[in-house]
Write a protein that binds this ligand. Structure first.
Ligand code: G3P
Ligand code: CA
Length: 281
């Protein structure tokens, strides 16, 4: 069984560093992931995309413009070009960590999925969880699964998980039901989380059931990953009744975290793992 499912069955709470400890270190970088481990998070969340030459790179936006010192679409840039960019170029902290100060981040490369797996294998607890969000262009904006979304990223992620033997440590998440369907077809035993927010195209709620049907004891998808602001106690109870865990994002407020836990949420994806851990412990 995967560690995330074990935690759910045992009623344990999971705190994930969103893009790492993103409040205090450049998002989706090795220093941000290291900090989340140091702060005692049970997991991290990260965003994965393909470079033009099909390397798995960890970056949130579809272009490099918002976080680095470069410009252009991630999918049009070669891996070597991406690696020259500074992923810390536009970093500004959201707050001070509870213990310590924010160091200066002079230059930090855009990491690969392999590098994150290596870091976790070397420096994190055995049951540390990596919530891998597969970014699929356009799905979030208009709900279409454009043909160009089917770029084979799911198979590359699955292959990387195999090579690093991270089967038990990962959960795959996506706003795009076809992405989750394609991943499940390759690795049925790995849990997947369906990401939703208020602005998600309405039809996607139906699409997930259509593409990942609950049949013969197989749960279509194991986790529901809603934006915290759309969650109700009834919705969490409903998911639980269907055997699904609820993991919420992005929870940076202690009061909100408490309420969501009372309602039955088990996962908390936060920019500030230290604060949410302190609040929930
Ligand atoms: O995992 C939840 C969250 O990461 C989804 O939104 O835009 O931060 O990737 P975003
Ligand atoms: Ca994400």
């Amino acid at each position: 069984t995967s560690y995330v499912t074990e935690a759910f069955l045992e009623g344990r709470t999971l705190v994930y560093g969103h893009r790492g400890s993103r409040a205090y270190a450049p998002m989706n970088t090795i220093p941000a992931f290291e900090l989340a481990i140091q702060q005692g998070a049970q997991g991290i969340e990260l965003d994965v995309q393909l470079s033009a030459d099909r390397e798995l790179v960890i970056i949130h936006d579809f272009t490099v413009d918002g976080t680095t010192d470069g410009t252009g679409a991630v999918k049009d840039l070669l891996f070597a070009e991406l690696r020259e960019l500074n992923a810390a170029a536009q970093f500004s902290p959201m707050a001070e960590p509870l213990n310590g100060h924010i160091p200066h981040y002079p230059f930090t490369m855009i990491p690969t999925l392999e590098e994150v797996f290596s870091l976790v294998k070397e420096g994190a607890p055995l049951d540390f969880i990596i919530n891998i969000e597969i970014k699929a262009p356009y799905c979030r904006e208009n709900g279409r699964d454009e043909a160009e979304n089917d770029n084979g990223i799911e198979a590359l992620v699955a292959n990387c998980i195999d090579r690093y033997e991270m089967d038990r440590n990962v959960i795959i998440s996506s706003f795009n039901p076809p992405t989750l369907q394609r991943f499940k077809a390759i690795k049925p035993a790995i849990p997947v989380g369906f990401l939703v927010e208020e602005a998600s195209p309405a039809y996607t709620t139906g699409l997930i059931a259509q593409l990942l049907p609950e049949s013969s004891g197989t749960r279509g998808h194991e986790a529901w990953h809603p934006r915290f602001s759309m969650v109700t106690t009834e919705a969490i109870a409903q998911e639980r009744q269907e055997g699904r865990m609820t993991q919420v994002w992005t929870v940076n407020d202690a009061t909100v975290a408490h309420q969501l836990r009372d309602w039955g949420a088990i996962g908390f994806i936060t920019d500030m793992p230290d604060r949410i851990l302190a609040a929930l412990n």
